[in-house]
Design a protein around this ligand. Structure first.
Ligand code: UDP
Length: 371
């Protein structure tokens, strides 16, 4: 006897089309999950802003893409603590939700990836079982309350990437942690270890590039930097604070090009200033065999097993970070890749998500677990 396949409506982030980079790590999470769930035989409809495309390798699988027009939703990432909810005229978020609710009549569940107020608020009021994979910590009061309200009503509808992320919220029960997943066929393992230092992520203050640059400067080393230049003034200030030539801007690359360049590095530095929910780039580097030297904060602090796949140092301590670089050769590059294969493949991630949704539906009485 096998579990019957699930019919799922997935709702993408409303802050940009899939492939734009504006959605940060959520875009890759969504792509991995779509791929992993489809490979397990589930029937998927992905609702995403106009211009989105299905991830590579997915078109032949049973996934329907519904593109929705509308104005991008502002991101909560840089919102103030007391920021109000904003929805632009002709916003893509309500339009995507309308489509999701319409299609939900033919589906077992709706799985939302957007970190926003409206999908949280409607959850207890709509007949469709809505599940939310929360992609950030508590970045403002209104979002913290919206997520906690859903948890008080039915915590089974929420999942988080890491325990550290979930600890931002007051939850009555232990958090459901599903981690994240990556299509490991896209990341080539590299045995050699003599290359430069690397850093990857959106170029924005919460990512703490200045500390990695300071460590590279202290060592007289180069730092290769990949990522979307979200905040120009910040990027210029970071560059001006270190000797010329320390930072080598490599731009925002496709996964295939990024992994090629990442794989050359002898270590990736990861220096978040916020409670990073997960830290895709940490795992992507490890998948190429690159050890990660990270601040013991947020998701990276949970993903890096000091001594196994990288080294953890005290948050905001640039001298500890600098000293750790000289020890990165003590980490076996093969062990980094092995860790990712065990904990963060598309298959293990989508299995954890499937279990979460099946258990949530069974608890609601919406589905019989076995047929
Ligand atoms: N990324 C990319 N090309 C680049 C640099 C980064 O595609 O040149 C992607 C990377 O693969 C990752 C995302 O940008 O999926 C950053 O996600 P992360 O979880 O590290 O941070 P977020 O931006 O979500 O805070």
């Amino acid at each position: 006897m096998t579990d019957r396949s699930l019919r799922l409506v997935l709702v993408s982030t409303p802050i940009g089309w899939v492939g734009s980079g504006a959605g940060g790590g959520v875009e890759l999470t969504l792509s991995s999950l779509v791929q992993g769930l489809a490979q397990q035989g589930h029937q998927l409809t992905l609702i995403a802003p106009r211009g989105s495309s299905l991830p590579k390798g997915c078109s032949t699988l049973s996934i329907k893409l519904v593109e929705v027009a509308g104005a991008d939703q502002p991101s909560w990432q840089h919102a103030d603590e007391d920021a109000p909810v904003l929805i632009p005229p002709m916003g893509v978020l309500p339009a995507m939700l309308e489509e999701a609710l319409r299609l939900s009549a033919e589906a077992d569940a709706v799985l939302n990836f957007g970190y926003d107020w409206l999908p949280m608020w409607i959850t207890p009021w709509v007949p469709a079982p809505m599940f939310h994979l929360i992609s950030m910590g508590a970045v403002s009061m209104v979002m913290k309350r919206a997520i906690e309200s859903v948890s008080r009503w039915n915590q089974g509808r929420l999942a988080f990437h890491t325990l550290r992320q979930a600890s931002d919220f007051d939850l009555l029960q232990p958090a459901r942690v599903v981690g994240n997943g990556f299509d490991l066929s896209q990341y080539i393992f590299r045995e050699e270890s003599g290359g430069p230092l690397g850093w990857a992520g959106r170029i924005a203050p919460e990512k703490g590039l200045e500390d990695a640059a300071a460590a590279a400067a202290a060592l007289g080393d180069r730092l290769l930097v990949w990522g979307l230049r979200e905040d120009d003034a910040y990027a210029n200030a970071v560059e001006a604070a270190v000797p010329a030539g320390t930072i080598e801007w490599r731009g925002f690359l496709s996964t295939s090009d990024l992994q090629k360049e990442l794989g050359d590095c002898r270590a990736l530095l990861n220096t978040p200033k916020w409670n990073e929910a997960y830290g895709n780039v940490v795992v992507e580097a490890m998948a190429c065999g690159v050890p990660v030297i990270a601040y013991d904060r947020g998701g990276p602090g949970e993903l890096v097993r000091s001594g196994e796949n990288g080294l953890l140092v005290s948050p905001d301590d640039v001298s500890e970070l600098t000293a750790a670089v000289s020890r990165c050769e003590t980490i076996q590059r093969r062990a980094c890749r092995d860790w990712v294969e065990r904990h963060a493949s598309c298959a293990v991630f989508s299995q954890r998500v499937e279990t979460w949704i099946r258990e949530g539906l069974a608890a609601d009485g919406n589905i019989t677990a076995m047929h």
